[in-house]
Design a protein around this ligand. Structure first.
Ligand code: G3D
Ligand code: MG
Length: 246
């Protein structure tokens, strides 16, 4: 069984929004991704994509849903938030976690992406909020409602690490107990900082004694290849943490 749902709305001064949902199940040959683009100030669609995601026939069923800017902000309280500066690799990492296969993003996220990953034991609702300036104002709004924060950084983007650090610390100050999982992404790049340097650059020793904090080096390289074991480990941990926060 598979389902797809596209929802798009636009209103007033709100940023352009669009919502895409795609769900894949165990069927090996089926892959589905629905993607639409919409731009503020324009009434016409800018892009529309459909692609079938292939659900992996292992122990789990993967349901993925992506959303771009949408008028009605997701109201759920149990989101796993995926935040970080634009270009860090949030969407790529999310797609890859959902499919257990490397899947690069196709375009910068202009709003929100919701991705639901279901396993036999649990369901995880991820919410990625775009990392470019116009969307950062939404980050804090969601912090109080999130159950887990995944913060993604581009380990090779040395110049913007201070900015990433600033936002990360602003965010976690608003929610002293939310567990934090940091993805030091793009470890495949030669210039990428090692995770120990990322730990220091982001001042992760200062995230608070009462907070669970984990740091993973991740990479999303060749499309279609299996995700690295570190990412699988991260996914398992996220499922465990999320289950503990429900
Ligand atoms: P974002 O959602 O945080 O904004 P994206 O980031 O997932 O859209 O990724 C931004 C760019 O980084 C994309 O390239 C994507 O393919 C690339 N990328 C993501 N993860 C990795 C990684 O681990 N290693 C490398 N080398 N590249 C990665 P484009 O070219 O589309 O901008
Ligand atoms: Mg994105």
């Amino acid at each position: 069984m598979e389902r797809g749902k596209v929802k798009k709305k636009e209103k007033g001064k709100e940023p352009e929004r669009e919502k895409i949902r795609g769900r894949g199940k165990e069927e090996k040959d089926k892959r589905k991704e629905v993607e639409k683009g919409n731009e503020k100030g324009k009434e016409e669609e800018k892009e529309k994509e459909k692609e079938q995601f292939k659900g992996k026939e292992e122990k789990e069923k993967n349901n993925s849903a992506l959303a771009k800017p949408q008028l009605e902000l997701p109201e759920k309280n149990n989101h796993i938030l995926v935040l970080g500066l634009d270009g860090a690799g949030k969407t790529s990492v999310l797609h890859s976690l959902a499919l257990n296969r490397v899947q690069h993003s196709k375009a910068p996220t202009q709003g929100f992406n919701e991705v639901c990953i279901s396993t036999e034991d649990s369901q995880m609702d991820f919410l990625e909020i775009g990392g470019s300036e116009p969307f950062r104002s939404y980050w804090e709004t969601y912090m109080s409602r999130g159950i887990l924060l995944i913060f993604v950084v581009d380990s090779a983007d040395h110049n913007r690490l201070p900015e990433a650090k600033k936002y990360l610390h602003q965010l976690i100050e608003t929610n002293p107990f939310i567990p934090l999982v940091v993805f030091a992404n793009k470890q495949d790049l030669k210039t990428a900082y090692h995770i120990t340097d990322i730990h220091e650059a982001l001042a992760l020793s200062e995230v608070g004694n009462d907070r669970k904090m984990f740091l993973f080096g991740t990479q999303v390289t060749e499309n279609g290849s299996e995700i690295p074991s570190t990412m699988q480990d991260a996914k398992d941990l996220i499922a465990h943490l999320a289950a503990g926060m429900q």
